[in-house]
Design a binder for this molecule. Structure first.
Ligand SMILES: NC(=O)c1ccc[n+]([C@@H]2O[C@H](COP(=O)([O-])OP(=O)(O)OC[C@H]3O[C@@H](n4cnc5c(N)ncnc54)[C@H](O)[C@@H]3O)[C@@H](O)[C@H]2O)c1
Length: 449
């Protein structure tokens, strides 16, 4: 991505026509809560709570200028009215049936938009049980070779675009968490290596990578909402750069990790020490079932564990954070469905090393927290594409548990720095001054002080 190629201010095209939102895993809890939510908002039956693009304002200029437009009035974003939905799942249920199965939204909410939801039917998925062992859906493509599967997905994308008259699309992975994979240079190291592995139908290439290749080769931005490796390898970054397409990931930051990235920066900013952080969850939805497989959980665990290390920076603060104990577990417990309960037991220490404890019991709703992130990411990634921002979109770290980053940079996990980064990117794109929160300038030449 070259600065000179970026479109800024009034060079940014105003979005026109439908925006296609393509979702692998369209029959899941997050997807159906997102789609139903957008339609309920469009019909004036609910508010888009939790969505920055719809509700947040952005301060411009000095504090005494009192300019704080809504983000959606400041940057030329597509609107939720423009969204059209498509996607793939391994179960054939339409979006109304799938949303009822997910048991996130109330029946009266779903029934008020039943006609709309019933028209959204999944396309047959690319699926391989070797990567998601606890599911066995049968609504899958017949193509046997990996190359034929990629081509079939590209045809699906082209057909969807034509059917909806959507010149612009984004793809957002809301599919199940795949088993833990490590980067292997012989298949992930370059575009060439990846293409050869696809041609050879290498069994180490998971479905999520095939969706990502299909998206990028179709000029469609790709967002990874799960902790899968998927686009986090050099081959995909190279492909995104070559195709001039933005990518972002990974693993939506909701629930317990959201709380962690709110609390940990606070403790660190006060130079309070950490002895241990024990986190456990109960979750009873299909995601919980998938994560009951130890290899899928390992993918999630890696994503959840890295957060504290980067926020607390033990190498800079050995007295405070050298040896803290951090443990994360997720237990599948069907009675709770999508209503996760996350407990945190945090052992901290203060002045002279005296110990203290914090307990957090977050009775959250996983998909209610995730759905607005899907909406924001779809709209921001469409903006990134129109502006010419290709490759990793670090400014969207705000939305992810494991934000993608350039190899020589460490990821930024602190929610408040992430928000500042996001808003400053928008200010930069619109030719407004960056806000540093310096503030002394208000007082320096003040005659009275
Ligand atoms: N809900 C949250 O707060 C949250 C937070 C972070 C990450 N995530 C991740 O988002 C993803 C979706 O979560 P969810 O709660 O909706 O799970 P879910 O199990 O309800 O939905 C996942 C869907 O993906 C489908 N699927 C699996 N493999 C597929 C494939 N190869 N192609 C197409 N469809 C496929 C499944 O059939 C299912 O319908 C999971 O990976 C989860 O870990 C969720």
């Amino acid at each position: 991505m070259k600065e000179k190629n970026l479109k800024r201010n009034d060079q940014i095209e105003v979005p026109q026509g439908p925006l296609g939102v393509l979702i692998p895993g369209i029959g899941g809890a997050v997807s159906t809560t997102f789609i139903a939510g957008v339609e309920l908002v469009r019909k004036g039956l609910a508010e888009p709570i939790g969505s920055l693009t719809q509700l947040a304002t952005i301060r411009l200029g000095k504090r005494n200028e009192r300019r704080s437009p809504k983000i959606k009035d400041f940057v030329p974003l597509a609107s939720m009215e423009d969204m059209v939905f498509g996607g793939w799942d391994i179960y054939e249920a339409n979006a109304h049936e799938a949303a009822l199965y997910a048991r996130v939204l109330r029946r009266d909410h779903l029934d008020s938009i039943k006609d709309f939801l019933s028209t959204i039917r999944p396309m047959k998925a690319v699926f391989d049980r070797a990567f998601v062992r606890n599911l066995d859906g049968t609504y899958v493509k017949e193509e046997r070779s990996l190359r034929a599967r990629v081509e079939a997905l590209k045809e699906d994308i082209a057909r969807f675009k034509a059917a909806h008259g959507a010149r612009r699309c984004v793809m957002i992975w809301c599919g199940s968490t795949e088993v833990f994979l490590r980067q292997e240079d012989d298949i992930h190291g370059s575009i060439d290596a990846l293409q050869k592995a696809i041609d050879a139908s290498d069994p180490r290439i998971p479905p999520s990578m095939l969706y990502a290749v299909a998206a990028l080769e179709s000029g469609v931005p790709f967002i990874n909402g799960a902790p899968n490796l998927t686009i986090d390898v050099p081959a995909m970054m190279e492909l995104a750069g070559r195709e001039g397409v933005p990518i972002a990931g990974k693993d939506f930051k909701t629930g317990q990790t959201l709380m962690k990235t709110i609390l940990a920066p606070g403790l660190k900013s006060r130079m309070l020490g950490l002895e241990g952080w024990y986190s456990t969850n109960i979750l009873g939805n299909r995601d919980g079932l998938v994560l009951d497989d130890k290899d899928s959980f390992k993918t999630k665990e890696e994503s959840k564990l890295s957060v504290l290390e980067y926020i607390l920076q033990p190498h800079l603060y050995p007295t405070l954070y050298k040896n803290y104990y951090h443990k994360v577990t997720i237990n599948y417990y069907p009675p709770r469905g999508d209503n996760k309960e996350g407990w945190d037991c945090i052992d901290i220490f203060g002045w002279l090393g005296y110990p203290m404890q914090i307990k957090v019991d977050f009775l959250c709703r996983d998909s209610i927290l995730a759905a607005p992130l899907v909406a924001d990411l779809a709209l921001f990634m469409d903006l990134a594409q129109r502006v010419g921002m290709s490759g990793i979109q670090e400014w969207l770290s705000f939305y992810f548990k494991s934000p993608m980053h350039k190899e020589d940079l460490y990821p930024e996990h602190d929610l408040f720095i992430q928000l500042m980064k996001l808003k400053n990117t928008l200010r930069y794109l619109m030719g407004e001054e960056q806000i540093t929160h310096f503030g002394l300038d208000y007082y320096m030449n003040d005659e009275k002080s």
